[in-house]
Design a protein around this ligand. Sequence first.
Ligand code: NAD
Length: 353
Amino acid sequence: MIFLTGGAGFIGANFVLEWFRDHDEPLLNLDKLTYAGNLETLSSLQGDARHLFVRGDIADGELVEQLLARHRPRAVLNFAAESHVDRSIHGPGEFIQTNVVGTFRLLDATRRYWEGLAPAEKGAFRFLHVSTDEVYGSLGEHDAAFTESHGYAPNSPYSASKAGSDHLVRAWHHTYGLPVLTTHCSNNYGPFQFPEKLVPLMVVNALAGMPLPVYGDGLNVRDWLYVHDHCSAVRRVLEAGVPGQTYNIGGWNEKPNIEIVHTICRLLDELRPRAGGGSYLEQLAYVQDRRGHDRRYAIDAGRIERELGWRPAETFESGIRKTVQWYLDHPDWVAHVQSGEYRQWVALQYGGA
Ligand code: NAD
């Protein structure tokens, strides 16, 4: 049994769906179902006994303890987080609560469970913490890409809260010996991403005839990785990663935001020509820059490639084409997460908001 948190979110849900494509090992999925959690993404698993979903908070130490005792997992994978930088600027409290306090509670309940395991199970156990390249801070134009030994310099409330959680995970290894693994991945894109993030936001706004908002001069650079490649990297680290080690995950795809928007518009022009003619690029609108906007992130994924033999399967060109096509093919999924209908359904199913 694998115990995964945040498995109704973008990356967690992609991980769960892919897990069952080549595993029969059951998976316990703990998710609070915030605005970013969407059970509709997992509807193909309805009635599948291998997937056990529990609505709950990673910061609820008692619940986590009970789940560990009852299901006796061989690994905990922590995907749960508040993940949107813009939201962290407006309301950092939730980010500290889930990303720092929540990770602490999950980690400490896991430590107590792990300490009680038989020696063989104890040695094989893993706590895998999913983190971000944003903890390393911002790079200058000519700086070398982040390696795992790059110093921490988080600049947003989001990245600071993720950095805090990474430090806790590291300390639980050094102090208590918990076999932890930490991954730092670059920007993900792909199916089932909440349309507040750049790629789905552009597709959704373009199709709705709305402005395509681009921060500042559009030249902020990020590395981009197709979500399935992130999931395959996490599976590889879980299988073969060395406890206490950190692994950068990236696609060697550094691109300025404006280039991402141009690529999406070009694909949409080809796949779904605008009703009134012309290009979707005509909807582009530069807006005031994000406060404290990091200029450049770049990931050196050399360690995971050399030591664990992982490679991304998609190029940016193939991954972004699949992604745009997915959003074109799934207007209902997008409409539901935007409409609030889904929130009402969750309240009906599980109580609360
Ligand atoms: P997301 O916002 O789409 O999903 C987060 C999930 O966590 C949601 O299902 C939400 O309901 C759940 N959650 C939030 N608070 C919770 C809590 N207190 N208890 C239980 N569940 C809770 O995020 P994502 O993009 O899927 O990111 C997943 C992880 O990957 C995060 O840890 C994030 O920091 C990391 N990451 C994301 C990216 C990216 O580009 N999206 C890149 C690198 C790393």
